[in-house]
Design a protein around this ligand. Structure first.
Ligand SMILES: Cc1cc2nc3c(=O)[nH]c(=O)nc-3n(C[C@H](O)[C@H](O)[C@H](O)COP(=O)(O)OP(=O)(O)OC[C@H]3O[C@@H](n4cnc5c(N)ncnc54)[C@H](O)[C@@H]3O)c2cc1C
Length: 316
């Protein structure tokens, strides 16, 4: 039972620029893990105005809030989230000229934005095929991929094609910023350190023969198919831990003999030890148990202190 009387619901509702405030909404279906309890309050922000309105209202009324994208890099607690979850669904893909595209923060990079740009013979975003993400989430994490073909030798980051972004800043200002503002790093950007909200982003792409783009897409998808879980069969949040000293966490977890280890409905993926999968009906507690087990075992046996890449939302 949601105790909505702990929140200024009427004031919130008046300030949502037409978006609908929902109560007691299960979050599991909004995450790629398919795990997690309910949010007391939930709103879908479909336009930049609605996103600005929801975040500003929550900030000013002191309502705890979390901005949700595709839910591909988070684990939501079984007890859910006490406060307002704002789902970023800001759409809109607009080509500004022959090489630049602007997309709303809630546009899914894959398949929507990649399809739209590849079909125009524009390269850049195609490297990130097969990775679930919204535009906002991609900037938050500096989406990246070690492209197997033809650029196997290096990791491609989304910062390389970002030109500018429209933000609601932590201070409540509306600003257009360039790529330097984000101070991108590996799995890192200014968005980890400041409560800025991406409203839209503009990418500068490269005219490329479609056949060349298709070849990279085919290569990346088949690489993923061999090593990564299919989300339909094995819901998950991708890699759990960051690389450490350039070494993949999966290799270290595997060295400790934990690949394929199962706890309740959750398991360390049998093909890739840095991924925990929901084998059916897994709870967040069970996933958390495996995350802790992997971290503690690697520290004890190999001396590496693994740091999670995913964010834990709600009370654990
Ligand atoms: C099967 C699978 C494979 C994956 N492979 C890769 C991979 O190869 N490379 C890689 O880099 N990642 C990978 N990931 C991780 C994930 O896809 C990325 O981290 C993705 O960018 C997350 O985006 P999201 O929209 O789902 O964000 P969410 O998980 O919903 O949120 C993540 C964070 O972003 C913040 N956020 C979301 N929108 C905004 C916004 N508009 N403004 C400010 N902050 C915002 C949220 O508040 C939250 O803190 C994989 C995940 C899965 C499930």
């Amino acid at each position: 039972m949601v105790k909505t009387n702990r929140y200024p619901v009427e004031q919130l509702e008046k300030r949502l620029a037409g978006a609908v405030l929902e109560r007691d909404v299960a979050l599991a279906p909004f995450t790629t893990f398919q795990i997690g309890g309910s949010a007391d309050l939930f709103v879908r922000a479909r336009t930049p105005d609605q996103l600005v309105a929801a975040v500003s209202a929550a900030r000013e009324l002191g309502v705890p809030h979390f901005l949700l994208g595709r839910g591909a890099n988070i684990l939501v607690a079984d007890r859910g989230f006490r406060g307002l979850v704002i789902r970023s669904e800001v759409g809109g893909v607009r080509f500004l000229d022959d090489i630049r595209v602007e997309a709303g923060a809630g546009v899914e990079t894959y398949p929507d934005l990649i399809q739209a740009t590849v079909s125009r013979g524009l390269g850049g975003l195609h490297h990130f095929v097969g990775i679930p993400s919204t535009v906002g989430g991609a900037l938050w994490q500096n989406l990246h991929f070690l492209s197997p073909a033809p650029a196997r030798e290096r990791t491609v980051f989304i910062e390389e094609i970002l030109e500018s972004a429209r933000l609601l800043t932590e201070e409540g200002e509306l600003l257009t910023v360039d790529v330097d503002y984000f101070q991108f790093g590996y799995d890192d950007s200014i968005l980890h350190h400041r409560d800025d909200i991406v409203l839209s982003a503009t990418f500068r792409l490269e005219p490329t023969p479609i056949e060349e783009l298709r070849e990279v897409i085919r290569g990346n998808l088949s690489w993923r198919e061999d090593r990564h879980p299919d989300l339909w069969l094995y819901p998950c949040a991708g890699s759990i831990f960051k690389k450490i000293d350039g070494i993949g966490a999966g290799r270290l977890i595997d060295e400790c003999g934990l690949k394929g280890y199962v706890h309740g409905g959750a398991g360390i993926f049998h093909k890739h030890a840095n991924i925990v999968v929901n084998l059916g009906g897994a709870t967040a507690e069970e996933v958390r148990y495996l995350v802790d087990l992997a971290r503690d075992t690697v520290l004890e046996r190999l001396g590496y202190e693994l740091e999670p890449e995913i964010t834990f939302i709600g009370e654990f």
